[in-house]
Ligand binder design. Structure first.
Ligand code: TYD
Length: 206
């Protein structure tokens, strides 16, 4: 879908900061855009997000978690992503998060996750996925400053995030043309400049 951009990265990769900078840039340059997120991006999907992230739900199985992400995704597709054909739709996380976290991280069969991704998205995919490349050790350090605020998934620890990071690297290797990979360890202004010039080069934004 040519108006659909996704941001991906491990926890603590700085997506939030970059998405805010992009939102301000698009406002300033009068380019209509909707910013959304997964899990979430609509009433039902936000409710599912609450269930997924609830620390009380420590007994949630990996398959339950995966199916909740996919359920939220299909609802989000119809509530938000497909509803804004004349705007840029910019989404914080999408199918690659399920592959990286539930597939590579939790160890669920990658083919199973891929199949569920394609059911949930009904074949819709982003024209570009921006990957903020921050290794697990650095993301973890950024997160440990906020230790009290960690949710159920972020509490899964460092080896888990290591696997997620390696997962992303594999996904990028398998889909090189869809990805814009930016070194997220640089200072935020430099990261943003590279995101902007990459997106301009592809012709998605002005
Ligand atoms: P969030 O607070 O939005 O984290 P972040 O700012 O890092 O995006 O929480 C989303 C969490 O859910 C994050 O730890 C990644 C995880 N996640 C999955 O495990 N699978 C998925 O399919 C998605 C969309 C997110």
């Amino acid at each position: 879908m040519k108006n659909f951009i996704v941001f991906e990265g491990i926890d603590g990769s700085g997506k939030g900061t970059q998405l805010k900078m992009l939102e301000e840039y698009l406002k300033r340059t009068n380019q209509p855009a909707v910013f959304t997120r997964e899990p979430g991006g609509g009433k039902i999907s936000e409710e599912i997000r609450g269930v997924i992230k609830d620390k009380e739900n420590a007994s949630m199985t990996d398959i339950c978690e995966l199916l909740l992400f996919e359920a939220a995704r299909n609802q989000h597709l119809h509530d938000t992503i497909l509803n804004n054909p004349n705007k840029l739709v910019i989404c914080d996380r999408f199918t690659d998060s399920s592959l990286a976290y539930q597939g590579y991280g939790r160890g669920i069969d990658i083919d199973v996750v891929s199949k569920l991704n394609s059911i949930a998205t009904e074949g819709i995919s982003p024209v570009c996925t921006v990957f903020l490349d921050v290794p697990a050790s650095i993301g973890e350090n950024r997160n440990s400053r906020l230790i009290d605020k960690l949710d159920r998934i972020e509490m899964a620890g460092n080896t888990f995030m290591e696997k997620v990071y390696i997962g992303y690297k594999n996904i990028i290797k398998d889909n090189p043309s869809r990805f814009l990979v930016v070194d997220g360890t640089q200072n935020p202004d430099k990261v943003f400049d590279q995101i902007l010039s990459g997106l301009k080069q592809i012709g998605i934004i002005k």
